[in-house]
Write a protein that binds this ligand. Structure first.
Ligand code: URA
Length: 154
């Protein structure tokens, strides 16, 4: 399961997460991992587009997170990828966490593993960070394969 920040203009219009430029890059990341978009679940922290594309404010996150937490309960993902700081702060309920410090390492999260990584929109502005995200996604893929192998041997 991938969790982003909130819908942009195109997402708001279509009602689907990550369909704009950042979404195209997320699709490439998912494909490079060997998955189809239909095999992963993509959600956002906030469910409506904040005016002028500003970052969602705390009260907006608190209002929307109950829907996100219900999505998590319904999907029960093995791995949650937090895309960027807003998703990470919301999931950990910690305003002080920094994506640049936590990215690339798993933490246990509500019966799943949480992998924080950079947001695709950040990668569009900072392409040199793509290699970090790719390393993070290789860890996700390896963990999924290890989980699969261990469940097959039971
Ligand atoms: N950025 C996000 O965080 N979510 C989207 O759905 C699109 C862009």
């Amino acid at each position: 399961m991938f969790i982003g920040e909130g819908p942009g203009e195109q997402e708001d219009r279509s009602g689907r997460p990550f369909v704009g430029k950042a979404g195209e890059l997320l699709d490439k990341i998912i494909e490079a991992m060997g998955f189809k978009r239909s095999e992963v679940y993509i959600a956002n922290v906030v469910k409506c587009r904040p005016p002028e594309n500003r970052a969602p404010e705390n009260d907006e996150v608190r209002e929307c997170e109950k829907f996100l937490f219900r999505q998590l309960e319904a999907i029960r993902p093995r791995i949650v990828v937090a895309l960027g700081g807003t998703a990470l702060k919301c999931l950990l309920h910690d305003e002080e966490v920094r994506i640049s410090r936590l990215r690339g390492t798993f933490t246990d999260y509500r019966g799943a593993r949480l992998m924080p990584t950079f947001h695709p929109a950040y990668l569009l502005r900072n392409p040199e960070a793509k290699k970090d995200v790719w390393n993070d996604m290789k860890k996700v893929k390896a963990q999924l394969e290890a989980d699969l192998a261990s469940s097959a041997s039971i």
